[in-house]
Write a protein that binds this ligand. Structure first.
Ligand code: XMP
Length: 334
């Protein structure tokens, strides 16, 4: 659309003006809508002088890193580095069952790993004769509502849980690494970011993607995170989301996922008694993520998902649907 085309041209000119013709920019990306749109915008403005980093924290969804590689690097031509730190995260998560401690650990480790990578990239950037500049900027996909929220108050859920995506990162990059912050989406609302994404040629499925928390499926596994539970959460979630897409319901839902409750429930399989984990399905509709309602699925849809999960995901013998609204429930389980 015309307004977005105009915004796009102005944003690109603005970025070029700010960064200059030698300056380089670093960012953390997640594969979500905001960081992808912001990254593509940077790429259009300054090409490979923009460096995107994806940290694999071991609690991303099924095949997510590969998908981000295809989308950002192959389809959109963004200069992307993927750091596989999954083992370091999973090792560190061992024995932690408190939700706040999990969030703090993941947020802190994320910053450490990102900083290590930033140093490597700064060296590479300084020695690349085609670029021959310094990394001077740190880019973040902050939206207008985030700007308002941080100016006024943190929002009800932020006081209940520590929110991490790249929280803490801008301040550390600014003070520790001496980088200046650049936020090309800070005047936009979410629907405008999606429109901009379309104008930039980003595929529709990515533009419409549900939000996903920074601590990933670690907050979708009640209690201790183990590689086995991560595997189970991934498989169940993949089945649930695939069925939602197949039924054409994805865009009617604001956020959906499958979580693991590691309490052992009894079941029968064949003629044997088995003990298995409980899968909790959650799907909500909301406009502002401060309040939310459970999505009203057709009964046969839920039965289909239940059947597939108990048959295809080893170690699971029950599936429940969480009908709790927010409040009193939150969108995530932890
Ligand atoms: P809750 O669970 O508080 O979630 O109702 C509201 C929205 O925030 C997302 N969320 C997070 N996002 N880091 C994030 O980047 C976090 O630590 C985090 N915790 C919750 C949640 O997915 C929902 O969209």
């Amino acid at each position: 659309d015309w307004t977005m085309q105009k915004f796009l041209e102005e944003a690109i000119a603005q970025i070029r003006h700010t960064v200059g013709d030698k300056g380089q920019v670093l960012a953390a990306v997640s594969g979500g809508v905001d960081s992808t749109v912001a990254a593509k915008l940077m790429k259009e403005a300054i090409g490979s002088r923009f460096w995107a980093v994806l940290v694999n924290n071991g609690v991303m969804r099924l095949n997510e890193c590969e998908q981000v590689q295809r989308d950002l690097s192959e389809a959109l031509g963004i200069n992307l580095t993927i750091v596989d730190a999954s083992q370091r995260f999973l090792d560190g998560l061992k024995g932690i069952d408190d939700p706040e401690k999990k969030r703090k650990f993941i947020g802190g480790k994320f910053i450490d790993i990102f900083e290590e990578e930033a140093i490597k990239i700064e060296e590479a950037a300084a020695h690349d004769p085609t670029k021959a500049g310094k990394i001077e900027f740190f880019m973040q996909g902050t939206l207008y509502p985030d700007v308002i929220e941080s100016l006024s108050f943190k929002g009800p859920s932020a006081t209940i849980k520590t929110h991490h995506n790249v929280g803490g990162l801008p301040a550390r990059m600014a003070n520790g690494q001496g980088l200046k912050l650049i936020e090309p989406l800070r005047s936009l609302y979410k629907d405008e970011v999606r429109a901009l994404g379309r104008a930039l040629g980003i595929r529709e499925e990515l533009v419409m993607r549900h939000p996903f928390p920074g601590p990933g499926i670690a907050v979708r596994i009640l209690g201790e995170v183990t590689p086995e539970k991560v595997e189970i959460a991934r498989k169940a979630d993949h089945i649930f989301i695939s069925e939602i897409r197949k039924a054409g319901l994805y865009d009617q839902i604001s956020q959906a996922y499958a979580a693991v409750d590691p309490s052992r429930a009894v079941g029968v399989m064949g003629d044997k008694r088995v003990y298995g984990y409980i899968i909790v399905l959650r799907a909500v509709t909301t406009t502002d993520y401060m309040t939310a309602e459970a999505f009203n699925f057709p009964w046969d849809f839920l039965q289909r998902v239940m059947n597939r999960i108990v048959n295809e995901v080893h170690g699971v013998c029950r599936v429940v649907y969480d009908v709790t609204s927010k409040p009193p429930g939150t969108i995530e389980l932890e």
